[in-house]
Design a protein. Structure first.
Length: 207
């Protein structure tokens, strides 16, 4: 049975890794059925290039929201903040989103998905610089050390983390100590290769 989150991936036409460990297995619906849901899914994929500009903007916005698990309001707040920066608005948006704690926990492999990362944060399992942080939207800074609180190393959920983290690859702006199950922020996110046309998102909010 295809799960709701996998249906979202197929509807958006992207493999967004929403289902954690399942996404790297042959069971992943985005791999087994890469076309959109429904009898006419393949035709819809072919017609995507003919979508209106407004439709493309909405699609990119939805992809970002679904991938990172953020709301329309949060995304607009991020846009307004990025808009004030002297840097490229598109790049700044993705930099702000990538520095969210839930995303960093996911990027480090401490959570199999961003949703699981948020659960770990809400439950108080994640420390930043040896202090508990329970806000998934917390923005990490260069030099921050992210890991599990000492007591959390005993929970069964970390058994799978210890196994999968052995092959975890992290972005260049992060480092990972696979023995300690903790990571460090080395620099600001840069050279991000992401499956989004962020300029369309910017155009959507600029109206």
């Amino acid at each position: 049975m295809i799960k709701p989150k996998e249906k979202k991936e197929r509807a958006l036409g992207e493999h967004l890794h929403l289902k954690g460990y399942r996404c790297v297995s042959p069971k992943c619906a985005a791999v087994r059925k890469p076309h959109r849901p429904g009898a006419h899914g393949l035709d819809k994929v072919k017609r995507r290039k003919n979508d209106s500009e407004f439709g493309r903007q909405l699609l990119e916005k939805q992809k970002v929201k679904v991938t990172y698990g953020i709301t329309e309001r949060t995304l607009e707040q991020i846009f307004r903040k990025a808009e004030k920066s002297s840097d490229s608005t598109s790049l700044k948006i993705m930099e702000i989103i990538e520095k969210r704690l839930d995303n960093v926990v996911f990027r480090l492999g401490l959570g199999a998905s961003r949703r699981m990362a948020r659960q770990l944060i809400y439950q108080g399992h994640i420390f930043v610089n040896s202090k508990r942080v329970i806000s998934p939207g917390f923005s990490v800074k260069v030099g921050n050390v992210i890991g599990f609180r000492p007591e959390s190393h005993k929970i069964g959920a970390l058994d799978q983390v210890r196994e999968t983290i052995k092959t975890q690859e992290v972005p260049a702006w992060l480092s990972l100590d696979k023995e300690k199950l903790e990571g460090r922020v080395l620099s600001e996110p840069g050279n991000l290769e992401l499956p989004f046309e962020v300029n369309l998102l910017v155009e959507s909010f600029s109206k």
